[in-house]
Design a protein around this ligand. Structure first.
Ligand code: SAH
Ligand code: SF4
Length: 386
């Protein structure tokens, strides 16, 4: 299949609604425009400092204070010259995420944070500690426009895109918790540690907010900051074809996960309505292009729903679809959500599905069901729209 038409098919980035106009001087307000520090890459920050007339080394030191040392207190940045510090303090802020609530799973391995954005909109971020790894699950949008029927975020609809700074602020919050400075101290059994793994699998569709998400990835990876290697960042997409092609063309160094759920167009579209816009054959063409161009394996996610997409025939269909490709299938037993009545496939059914995939040479895993008691599992993140 030719990819040319697919690069542009559908708009890969939604423009955020601007229903809250900023006050202007004409409204009688004194307007001070400040930038969100976390919106900047290191190169961008150096450029900003140059515009202010300061050498790059001051901006570089500011960057390490914030991202390497976890400092947000301007007074503690004693190595910055006072003039630069004063200018930076008046022009920059460290985002406006406030923690509205925090819940802990009963096993102590998962924490969920409800965070309020500056406009009052809310998002959720999850901190997971599985098999010795600490992972932050970040949101890329408030709500989601994709409408997957079994997903709580899809059920709430689209509210707005997050900025790069709002995505980074979630990671910084989790990093602070791990360092011991979070709202309620460190996690049970935790040593003093740093954030090392990121999954962009929270609320929203990351490739529908491509520019902000990839700007955030650049900031996360910066070796003089959080230094989270691309191999420790996984971006999960419902199958936004132009976004997948763009990731390949730009050779972005992150793991890619594609949510499949159906191995024929007719079955997939009943669960994933956007499959109408980006049908399965176009999605698979984009995935093959990605794998070939970057010589990388793709993770395919499959939410296992009892009696819906868990039969041996469907496992064979997945096998035929992915056979010969560098692929791994992650099976996720359905997590409950208010707007969908399906039930998770049982353990034996999942095992049978895996066995069939193995016959096609496809490795697979069954995701552990963790954090379900606090609705922090895959697809359970939801907030009120305002
Ligand atoms: N929008 C992206 C990333 C967020 S969803 C995407 O769809 O890929 C992260 C994963 O959770 C996806 O694989 C999604 O299909 C899965 N998921 C959504 N709702 C779920 C549910 N109720 N139970 C289990 N997995 C679910
Ligand atoms: Fe959006 Fe992903 Fe949920 Fe689908 S599964 S509605 S793409 S967050």
């Amino acid at each position: 299949m030719r990819l040319e038409g697919l690069r542009e098919k559908g708009n890969a980035s939604i423009v955020a609604p601007t229903d809250a106009p900023c006050p202007t001087a004409a409204d009688g307000f004194a307007v001070t425009v400040t930038f969100d520090f976390h919106d900047f890459t290191r190169a961008g920050l150096l450029q900003l400092a140059a515009q202010w007339g300061f050498p790059g080394m001051h901006a570089a030191r500011l960057w390490t204070y914030v991202y390497l040392e976890g400092t947000r207190d301007w007074r503690a940045m004693s190595e910055l010259p006072v003039r630069f510090r004063t200018k930076a303090e008046s022009a920059l802020h460290f985002g406006g995420l406030t923690i509205t609530s925090e819940t802990h799973s009963h096993d102590g391995f998962t924490r969920k944070y409800l965070l309020a954005l500056t406009d009052g909109r809310k998002i959720e971020t999850v901190l997971m500690r599985f098999t010795g790894r600490v992972t932050a699950c970040l949101s890329s949008q408030a709500g989601c426009a994709m409408g997957c029927v079994f997903c709580a975020t899809g059920q709430m609809g689209f509210v707005r895109n997050l900025t790069a700074g709002e995505i980074i602020a979630q990671a910084m919050h989790v990093d602070r918790v791990l360092r011991g400075g979070g709202s309620s101290g460190r996690m049970r059994h935790a040593r003093r540690e740093r954030l090392r793994n990121i999954v962009l699998m929270g609320m929203g569709e990351p490739l529908h907010n491509y520019d902000a998400v990839l700007q955030a990835v650049d900031i996360l990876r910066d070796s003089a900051g959080l230094a989270i290697g691309g191999r420790r960042i996984t971006l999960s997409t419902v199958g936004v074809v132009p976004g997948i092609i763009r990731l390949a063309d730009e050779a972005r160094p992150v793991h890619l996960a594609v949510s499949l759920h159906g191995a024929t167009q007719a079955e997939r579209v009943t669960l994933v309505p956007v499959a109408k816009q980006w049908p399965l054959d176009e999605l698979m063409a984009a995935c093959r292009y990605y794998s070939t161009k970057l010589d990388r394996r793709i993770f395919y996610e499959w939410t296992l729903i009892a009696g819906k997409n868990d039969t041996p025939e469907q496992a064979h269909a997945v096998g035929r679809l992915l056979r010969g490709q560098p692929a791994q299938v992650n099976l996720i037993p359905l997590n409950p959500t208010a707007g969908y009545e399906g039930a998770p496939a049982g353990r034996d059914v999942a095992r049978r599905f895996q066995q069939i995939l193995a016959d096609y040479g496809l490795p697979s895993t069954v995701r552990q069901r963790r954090g379900i008691d606090i609705a922090a599992g895959c697809g359970q993140l939801v907030t009120t729209r305002r």
